[in-house]
Write a protein that binds this ligand. Structure first.
Ligand code: FAD
Length: 283
């Protein structure tokens, strides 16, 4: 049996103080990732700082000018079910809905998902396309950074010792329609082998802006800027979609892992980009 002390702060500030004062302390939110590491003896903290009692950190709020603010302790299920998310960021609700299964989604938090930095995740791909900003809190203050900078690589983030993810902020996105397409190598409840987020703003059939993000194939989600610029000012015809999809397959830099070889993932990126853009364009 593994033994550890459990402390249960009721504010994020208190939690920051506890982890800053103790090198052997580790924050725990839903526990879906951390408890697996502890069970396998990969990580053995002496003190667990349970964040789940911090109720104020699981709020979702929205302003037409400021966008969406999601507290770090919000569960993946609460994001998926939020009327505000469904109304203004439906593509995020879509991506959260395909995370694992309802048991995991009910426990796992968005802060834990981002802080863990596992590249085989669904929400970060959509969040990078939505140009999300991460809010980090420590005893010395608060700072914000783009999620695309916060995620540094496989299990690597920009969190400094003593910092906690406190919230996620999404700029207004009502002008964008989007879709998230995930492929798993095994059951539908598995982590993604490839995830594609495609968001577009259209004006009378012409694409004003396309955002294309690919996740789970390389150590962090990437925006495919050359594909995005191919669509700007154009109609999303089948022929253009196929060219963008081919470009996407060529421009990713996949890593081999248990869910597939680099070549296999490159092919999937091509196919899934075509499907995502076809769904978006209705062709
Ligand atoms: C069976 C299974 C299937 C899964 N399938 C999918 C899937 O299909 N798609 C997908 O995207 N994900 C999937 N996941 C991953 C899951 O989404 C993540 O494990 C989860 O989001 C992590 O959140 P948590 O709250 O449980 O984090 P925890 O396990 O509590 O913590 C994870 C890490 O983050 C740190 N941490 C937690 N909260 C904070 C915070 N606020 N600030 C700073 N650090 C923090 C902890 O110290 C720890 O290092 C799956 C997980 C399991 C177990």
């Amino acid at each position: 049996m593994r033994r550890f002390d459990l402390v249960e702060p009721t504010t994020l500030e208190e939690a920051c103080g506890l982890i800053a004062n103790n090198d052997d302390a580790k924050a725990i939110a839903g526990g879906t990732a951390l408890l697996t590491l502890i069970k396998h003896g990969i990580f053995v903290p002496k003190t667990l700082v349970n964040l789940k009692k911090i109720q104020a950190a699981s709020d979702i709020s929205y302003g037409a000018q400021t966008g969406l603010r999601i507290g770090a302790l919000t569960t993946i299920y609460d994001i998926e079910a939020s009327p505000l998310v469904r109304q203004h960021y439906a593509v995020l609700a879509e991506a959260c809905h395909v995370v694992a299964n309802i048991r995991i989604r009910n426990m796992a938090t968005i802060g834990g998902n981002l802080a863990h930095g596992d590249y085989q995740s669904d929400p970060p791909t959509v969040l990078v396309a939505l140009e999300a900003v991460v809010e980090l809190l420590s005893r010395t203050g608060m700072r914000r950074m783009k999620l695309s900078d916060f995620l540094k690589g496989s299990y690597e983030t920009a969190i400094e010792p003593g910092e906690l993810v406190s919230a996620l902020i999404l700029p207004p996105a009502d002008h964008l329609r989007g879709t998230y397409t995930k492929f798993t190598a095994g059951s539908s409840e598995e982590r993604p082998c490839v995830g594609i987020a495609a968001l577009a703003s259209m004006d009378e059939g012409v694409c004003v802006e396309l955002r294309l993000a690919v996740g789970a194939v390389s150590p962090k989600p990437v925006r495919l800027q050359s594909g995005e610029s191919m669509a700007r000012g154009e109609r999303l015809t089948q022929e253009l979609i196929e060219r963008i999809a081919q470009n996407a397959g060529r421009n990713v830099d996949p890593i081999d892992d248990l869910r597939g070889t680099a070549d296999y993932k490159r092919h999937l990126v091509h196919v899934l980009t075509r499907r995502a853009l076809s769904a978006l364009a209705g062709v």
